[in-house]
Design a protein around this ligand. Sequence first.
Ligand SMILES: O=C(O)[C@H](O)COP(=O)(O)O
Length: 206
Amino acid sequence: MVGTLVLTRHGQSEWNKLNLFTGWKDPALTDLGKEEALKGAKNLKEGGYTHFDMAFTSALQRAQTTLAIQLKEIDQEGIPVTQDQALNERDYGELTGLNKDDARKKFGEEQVHIWRRSYDVPPPGGESLELTGKRVLPYYEAKIKPEVLKGKSVLVTAHGNSLRSMIKELEGMSGEEIVNTELATGVPIVYKIDEQGKVVDKKILE
Ligand SMILES: O=C(O)[C@H](O)COP(=O)(O)O
């Protein structure tokens, strides 16, 4: 039996628009972010992905609203939805709330790039991608993967870095490969997964 796992990064948030490090802060989606969520949902519809058994999202409203927009568009508002902070964006620690360009001026371009896109160097007081994976992956293994292995269709709407942790695991990527993988906002990634948990097909619904 083959299960379906769809991963979507939330649409643009107010803090994405202002170019601020966001992490565990909880800004709302912008109008553009809502449009991106809707476009992604229309792509799901066009691709024939209109039935889901359940959905998972984070404890943050930008992911929850994106999911709600998706479920409404594909007429799946009644399915069980689980919200959990295990799927939150990585914690940006002391960088949270800083403008990304101001941070480059203050700490240097290279240092900020290392904090944002190295695999295992955390920003001060925050989480690296590796540390993010240490709380995302146990949740994925315990709650999400068992459903997919049963042949269910599961929608996960979360954040750039919590989804990267899952993608690294699913696709067997190195730390270097995953940090160079950018996820577009609102764009669903559809995986077909066999009983062994192996990815047998991947589609990006752009
Ligand atoms: O938390 C944030 O600021 C963003 O959602 C992700 O930021 P990044 O692209 O710097 O990882």
